[in-house]
Write a protein that binds this ligand. Structure first.
Ligand SMILES: [Zn+2]
Length: 139
């Protein structure tokens, strides 16, 4: 128990998960657009983090989330949290199990919710400052 707590607390876990996700063409096609960036800037990153915590607790954290696999829309409001969830494979318990080895059929510990939220936030932060890099990388 101590071990897994440590594992999910480590910032390295978040970084290596993001590295892995980059190799998936499906996951890496999700990006924030200008409107999302503007919204995040207006609302502040702290507010966005609160949204992310709410979404994960509400839709993902329970033992058997409602409509699992379909609970994270690709569009809607505020879409960027959903986009970030798809980009980081934290959209449903199936993706969490496949990508992050977080077992299905069990409620998520606070520790795991914390990991997921950090992963989402790190992805959003990278999207916020990685903008110029993205353009260069794209061609
Ligand atoms: Zn999923």
């Amino acid at each position: 128990m101590k071990d897994s707590a440590h594992k999910f607390c480590s910032p390295k876990m978040v970084d290596s998960a993001l590295e892995l996700l980059k190799r998936s063409s499906f996951r890496s096609k999700f990006k924030l657009n200008d409107r999302d960036r503007q919204y995040i800037q207006d609302k502040s990153i702290e507010t966005i983090k609160d949204h992310a915590v709410d979404f994960i607790n509400l839709r993902i954290a329970s033992k058997f989330p409602k409509n699992d696999g379909k609970q994270t829309p690709m569009k809607g409001h505020p879409v960027f949290v959903f986009i970030a969830q798809h980009a980081t494979a934290t959209c449903c318990r199936g993706c969490l199990q496949k990508w992050h080895r977080i077992q299905k059929g069990r409620a998520l510990s606070d520790n795991k919710v914390g990991f997921i939220v950090r992963l989402i936030m790190k992805w959003i932060e990278k999207q916020m400052d990685g903008r110029r890099d993205d353009f260069i990388e794209q061609k």
